[in-house]
Design a protein around this ligand. Structure first.
Ligand code: SF4
Length: 351
């Protein structure tokens, strides 16, 4: 596409964004901290789900120093339900680094931002361009899709992402990079959607290669999918007066340090040893009675079937990694998404 046509398309996209952008709370601020938190939350999570979390998180940790001073459990509890908890731990570690190395201000240089824990090229590009108006490019799944369709990219997933970064670097403007980046992402999120893009309302429709060749469904070329793994788990409801027995997950690995109802794997799938490691304290719990409920849950490529059963309280004095928790204090614990689902099912079963 010629430079003139590219410029014309860019102007159309920006005009569309100014008129059609959703009014999201983090778009009403230029505070780098608030924008950084929103970007961390938005990775892998839908906008609608993030609004409440972001508002509550900012109320609880209003600036970098408050987040840096918070305990890990406190941060995980505020994150509970958003998933991908590594992001919450990295946010706290990065906040501490910002206080130590940058006097509490999110750095405005790409290299310094990238050196923070959990801050990848996307997040650095987003914060620098939106908060500081730096000409920093960014690419997320939405941007790859828009570029691949608009400019016609036939490459496979990883190569298409590299190609999209090159286009993003070429196209990012010297001034107004934040608006440009957000316009691209907004188009991908609301118009150029993965399925059934709304090409009739798209500001790029005239010259979009995918639309002109009716190949919207083929571009970008999809990522090869891993075959799903079926897993069966037993989730135990152990009660004592007004208390429930919870299990704390190991301090490293997936969902590290989160709490769940005692959970053990029924299907012997060696690949899952890191996800649901066999633990002595769990082996001592004896399930009894008919199952209370059966639930489905998905974690990346694992298709999980949970059977929820009542179990007797353990006799051992040494409960680790289990702990009795009063029901009314459950809200203070960082629970895994699966645990929340199981607890909802318990409430239903006990109605
Ligand atoms: S015309 Fe359609 S396929 Fe092309 S960028 Fe717009 S929404 Fe996407």
């Amino acid at each position: 596409m010629s430079a003139m046509k590219l410029r014309a398309d860019r102007e159309r996209l920006l005009a569309w964004y100014r008129a059609a952008a959703r009014d999201l709370p983090w778009r009403r601020t230029r505070d780098a901290y608030a924008i950084w938190i929103s970007e961390a939350m938005l990775q892998q999570t839908r906008v609608e789900a993030v609004v409440d979390y972001w508002t509550r998180f900012l109320a609880r940790f209003p600036d970098v120093r408050a987040l840096a001073a918070a305990g890990e459990d406190e941060v995980l509890a505020a994150w509970s339900g958003l998933g991908y908890y590594r992001r919450a731990r990295a946010l706290r570690a990065a906040a501490q680094a910002i206080v130590e190395r940058h006097a509490g201000r999110f750095p405005d240089e790409l290299e310094a931002a990238r050196a923070l824990p959990g801050v990848g090229p996307y997040t650095a590009g987003a914060v620098l361009s939106i908060a500081y108006d730096r000409p920093a490019a960014l690419v997320d799944g939405n941007v790859v899709r828009v570029f691949a369709r608009w400019l016609g990219c036939e490459l496979e997933h990883a190569a298409a992402t590299r190609w999209a970064w090159e286009r993003a670097q070429e196209l990012v403007p010297e001034h107004g990079a934040g608006e440009w980046n957000q316009a691209l992402m907004e188009l991908g999120a609301t118009v150029c959607t993965p399925r059934e893009p709304r090409c009739d309302s798209c500001p790029l429709r005239e010259r979009c290669i995918a639309r002109c060749s009716a190949r919207q469904a083929e571009l970008p070329r999809p990522k090869p999918r891993r075959a799903p793994l079926d897993v069966e788990l037993e989730v135990l409801l152990v009660e004592r007066g007004g208390e429930l027995l919870l299990e704390r997950r190991p301090p490293s690995g997936r969902m590290a340090g989160l709490w769940q109802l005692p959970t053990r794997q029924v299907s012997p799938e060696p690949e899952l040893a890191d996800l649901f490691p066999p633990r002595y304290a769990l082996a001592s719990l004896a399930a009894h009675g008919e199952p209370l409920a059966s639930l489905r849950h998905a974690i990346t490529h694992h298709r999980i079937v949970l059977t929820l059963r009542a179990a007797r309280a353990p006799r051992e004095k040494q409960l680790e990694p289990l702990a009795w928790v009063p029901r009314e204090r459950l809200g203070e614990f960082a629970l895994s998404g699966m645990a929340r689902k199981a607890l909802r099912a318990v409430r239903e079963a006990q109605k």
